[in-house]
Design a protein around this ligand. Structure first.
Ligand SMILES: CC(C)(COP(=O)(O)OP(=O)(O)OC[C@H]1O[C@@H](n2cnc3c(N)ncnc32)[C@H](O)[C@@H]1OP(=O)(O)O)[C@@H](O)C(=O)NCCC(=O)NCCS
Length: 160
């Protein structure tokens, strides 16, 4: 493996980021309850591009000697409807399978945490599917704790 660096994404990285988005989207497809709207891929492409310029967002890539092998995004948001307090939402975390278990997600996450700190934000949040056991294990190892559980049922299941 060449020299490894976590850095801000640039315009030229967007095709690699979109390829990873498609992989991540495919992985998560069996766990989705709510069907993605048509055009979601274009929306993500616009959102990744916008993150390159937005002071409230960042898009990071893990660069292994010129090859993009991982990514992570972050944006400032207000996670609680009861609170004005801001957090940075970590999202779109993907590491190519050939580069997993080498600390890349940890590095990407630390960089998002530095962004949060620089913005004066003292929480990092993320959402993951409970079925994504590998990711849940990784997030816990890194120090994330579960704050809320979203539960769903069809109305039919709830009416006797
Ligand atoms: C989840 C994912 C991002 C982890 O990336 P990674 O670069 O392999 O993770 P790291 O090597 O930085 O590991 C961070 C910590 O999590 C642990 N970990 C990583 N993968 C794990 C797994 N499959 N099972 C258990 N623990 C795991 C590591 O041991 C490490 O802890 P340690 O440093 O205390 O040993 C990667 O598996 C991935 O891209 N999966 C597919 C996409 C996905 O699910 N993204 C998350 C969506 S919410």
């Amino acid at each position: 493996m060449g020299k490894l660096e976590v850095r801000r994404a640039e315009e030229r990285d967007l095709p690699a980021c979109m390829a990873m988005f498609r992989e991540l989207n495919q992985l998560q497809d069996p766990w989705r309850v709510f069907e993605p709207r048509p055009g979601i891929e274009d929306e993500m492409a616009r959102s990744y591009r916008a993150a390159l310029e937005d002071p409230d967002a960042l898009l990071l890539v893990a660069d292994a000697g010129g090859e993009v092998v991982g990514m992570a995004a972050g944006h400032v948001h207000r996670p609680s409807t009861f609170s004005e307090q801001k957090a940075v939402e970590l999202s779109s975390v993907y590491v190519q399978s050939s580069h997993r278990r080498r600390g890349l997600a940890r590095k990407l996450t630390a960089e998002v945490a530095r962004f949060a700190r620089a913005r004066g934000v003292d929480r990092v949040t993320l959402k993951t599917f409970v079925q994504n056991e590998e990711a849940v294990a990784a997030w816990r190892r890194m120090g994330f704790e579960t704050r809320a559980l979203q539960m769903t049922a069809s109305p039919d299941r709830l009416i006797d």
